[in-house]
Design a protein. Sequence first.
Length: 85
Amino acid sequence: MYKIAWCPICDQGWVEIVKDSKTSQLYAYCTECETEWNDPAKGIKEDSCLPFGTFGRFISPTFEEITKSDWYKYIKDSDNKQQTD
């Protein structure tokens, strides 16, 4: 729902902002390969991804939850695969 990058790992899915259902921590998750990142400021890159399954089950955060953090500035306005760093 809140796309922030095209996945650099699988090149087949969007990396979206999701929320851990137990801790409410925001993180980035690829919709295809399930790769996770915990800090978009470090970049959504292969060398900054987390070990598989770091987070548990996720739910979609509200826009209000995202805007209370700095994650909102990483949301893409369109479905363009080009990522600007």
